[in-house]
Design a protein around this ligand. Structure first.
Ligand SMILES: Nc1ncnc2c1ncn2[C@@H]1O[C@H](COP(=O)(O)OS(=O)(=O)O)[C@@H](OP(=O)(O)O)[C@H]1O
Ligand SMILES: Nc1ncnc2c1ncn2[C@@H]1O[C@H](COP(=O)(O)OP(=O)(O)O)[C@@H](O)[C@H]1O
Length: 203
């Protein structure tokens, strides 16, 4: 534990940054099984926000595990630490006035709740990327389900490691029923409804 640490206040505040950007800042927390479409939809939303001039950044499971969290595996304790660190990083992005889109399985409800508690109430938007295991397994974009079924990967989410679906997410998207574009639009529509990004132009 760190001791003798004093929080330093910044000269430019979150509100200053939001005012200049002309939009809110928040965590869009995508959670769901491997292959459910977290990364694909998060990136589609990111592109749309970017085209609208809205500051945003995607934090993706695979990429973070190559760097910041390369010391972590997939035990329950390591997944919890993975999500805790990502939550802290995501909070910094919110403070910087941006939307941060996180694409992690984040299988444990308590870990997601911890991130929710890190930020203000209107700064955490949980998006449940709902797709049946059978469909994720059929997609198997990285061939990992096959490996898990053969016993070559242990503690694989949905196979021999649990996934706790959100009970009251801000938004649920069903990637087995709607296209990538439709799912991305559902996220944008939600942000507009909440006044977090400017309304769509109607010209
Ligand atoms: N055992 C096991 N269980 C689940 N996933 C595994 C595992 N081993 C490797 N992978 C690959 O790692 C990606 C998940 O990493 P995350 O950081 O999102 O996982 S977690 O939130 O800490 O549970 C996950 O990526 P996505 O498919 O993008 O979800 C997998 O590609
Ligand atoms: N509506 C959809 N939304 C997201 N992905 C979809 C959809 N329909 C099919 N897919 C496909 O499913 C796979 C999802 O993979 P990925 O985005 O890496 O998932 P995750 O990040 O949850 O592991 C991709 O191959 C993607 O093209």
């Amino acid at each position: 534990m760190s001791t003798n640490i004093v929080w330093h206040h910044t000269s430019v505040t979150k509100e200053d940054r939001r005012k200049r950007n002309g939009h809110h800042s928040a965590i869009l927390w995508f959670t769901g099984l491997s292959g459910s479409g977290k990364s694909t939809v998060a990136n589609a939303v990111s592109r749309r926000l970017f085209e609208l001039g809205i500051q945003n950044y995607v934090l993706d499971g695979d990429n973070i595990r190559h760097g910041l969290n390369k010391d972590l595996g997939f035990s329950a304790a390591d997944r919890t630490e993975n999500i805790r660190r990502i939550g802290e990083v995501a909070k910094l992005f919110v403070d910087s006035g941006q939307f941060v889109l996180t694409a992690f399985i984040s299988p444990f409800a308590e870990d997601r709740a911890l991130v929710r508690r890190l930020v203000e109430e209107d700064e955490f938007i949980e998006i449940y990327v709902n797709c049946p295991l059978e469909e994720c397994e059929k997609r198997d974009p990285k061939g990992l389900y096959q490996k898990a079924r053969r016993g070559e990967i242990r503690e694989f989410t949905g196979i021999d490691s649990p996934y706790e679906a959100p009970e009251a997410p801000e938004l649920t998207i069903e990637t087995h029923r709607y296209s990538v574009d439709e799912c991305a639009e559902q996220v944008l529509a939600y942000l507009r409804e909440r006044g977090m990004i400017p309304a769509a132009k109607t010209d």
